[in-house]
Design a protein around this ligand. Structure first.
Ligand SMILES: [Zn+2]
Length: 417
């Protein structure tokens, strides 16, 4: 939920019925099925391949001089600085999309069908891929001039200014993406179940949220996995529930999921994410600043350019940025897991539905083929959420209200009659 279950996976698990109660009334964590274990293992291989490719492709584009050739074409067509940059961005996005197409098709289509996680049609996959390519091309051409203008104007501090510029850009993205980009891919509509909707609105009032929008989205056209998320800021902020999730959970479980997403809002997690993303961007750009000129000095004969301010250097920015983010990922994910625990705590304190919470996590585990206790290595580099086993266990035992202990978020809740 909220990014909550980006991770994926399972359903075969089990002869144990979902969330089967033990005598204590707590919910047991089911063992992962063979299929889930296989999905997990092959997922790690896939992650390594994708991560390697994110380094390899920019390196190849640099060392073969292909990037400078793209800049050459763009320059002949665009003539002036800004049109050249825009054309470079469009061409570069197209080249990247084509080079990553085989793996994207395998990961997003073939593999999802192999594991029974999708009934998406091939035509729909292709359509979404094409739209994705167009969106990334347009997106890159809208922002690429910023670091390159700063590189020309302030060769020594450009990385800091570009990093600071990423803050309003990320905020703007959070306004634009939910209303203009997301609807290109899926249909978003009001909740169909009006009783459930009024339950959710009541919960929102209790959580101290005045204007909240809850949407359901037809993800069943793309996947059989279940999820929900929060997005947007200001007037575009919203909670989105996948229709697959609405079909698989009962009303109490859906209210728990929604309360978790509300926790992200009330605890201002989006703001924190903007700041963390800004820090990441600045750190990556500093790496580029620190090593970029040295690498260019050494390899300019291969690269086909001799200044960082030449837009042909963009793959170098990507390469060093990917390396920096690989190094910083464990810290960012640790912060994300902290936010998720607090959103779970918020939701438990708000709903006090421990059982609904624990059984929700079991359903996520089974429907999305998740391995409940992944290795520490997985948690470090891929765990945006705590393991599902630890979430079930937290949901089982966290009941401070039963012993009259103070609730961490009580002061945020409102009484609703
Ligand atoms: Zn979440």
């Amino acid at each position: 939920m909220s990014a909550c279950t980006n991770s994926s996976i399972v359903s075969v698990a089990a002869n144990t019925r979902r969330g089967e109660a033990q005598s204590s009334g707590t919910v047991a964590v089911p063992e992962p099925s063979e299929l889930a274990l296989r999905y997990h293992r092959t997922g790690n291989v896939l992650w390594a391949a994708e991560t390697g490719l994110a380094l390899l492709i920019p390196a190849v584009l640099l060392f073969t001089g292909f990037s400078s050739r793209i800049r050459g074409w763009a320059g002949r067509l665009g003539r002036r600085w800004l049109p050249t940059l825009v054309l470079y961005a469009l061409l570069f996005s197209l080249v990247m999309a084509l080079l990553t197409l085989p793996l994207a098709f395998y990961a997003g289509y073939v593999r999802q069908h192999e594991y029974g996680l999708s009934n998406q049609s091939l035509g729909r996959w292709v359509g979404e891929w094409l739209k994705g390519v167009a969106v990334s091309g347009v997106g890159l051409s809208l922002v690429l001039w910023i670091p390159y203008l700063l590189l020309r104007r302030s060769p020594r501090r450009w990385w800091l200014y570009a990093g600071l510029a990423s803050l309003p850009i990320t905020a703007l993205l959070l306004i634009i993406v939910p209303i203009w980009v997301d609807p290109l891919f899926n249909e978003f509509g009001p909740m169909q179940d009006k009783r459930l909707e009024s339950g959710i609105l009541r919960l929102a009032q209790q959580a101290g949220i005045d204007s909240s929008r809850v949407y359901q989205v037809n993800k069943s056209a793309d996947t059989k996995t279940v999820n929900a998320y929060v997005t947007g800021i200001g007037r575009t902020k919203r909670i989105v529930l996948w229709d697959t999730l609405l079909a698989r959970l009962d009303p109490d479980q859906i209210l728990f999921v929604t309360a978790h997403e509300m926790g992200h809002f009330v605890l201002r997690h989006t703001l924190a994410i903007i700041l963390v993303a800004g820090f990441l961007a600045t750190a990556s750009l500093y790496m580029v600043h620190h090593f970029g000129d040295r690498l260019i000095g050494r390899f300019s004969w291969y690269f086909g350019f001799d200044r960082l301010s030449d837009v042909a250097s963009f793959p170098l920015l990507l390469l060093l940025g990917s390396l920096a983010s690989l190094v910083l990922t464990p810290a960012v994910l640790a912060f994300s897991r902290f936010q998720e625990v607090e959103a779970d705590r918020f939701a438990l304190e708000l709903t006090r539905s421990n059982r609904a919470a624990a059984t929700t996590f079991v359903t996520l585990q089974e429907e999305n083929l998740v391995v409940p206790r992944p290795s520490w290595l997985y948690i470090l580099w891929r765990g945006s959420h705590p393991s599902l086993a630890s979430r079930v266990e937290f949901a089982n035992y966290y009941r401070p209200w039963e012993s009259n202990q103070e609730l961490r978020y009580q002061h945020l809740f409102r009484r609703v009659d």
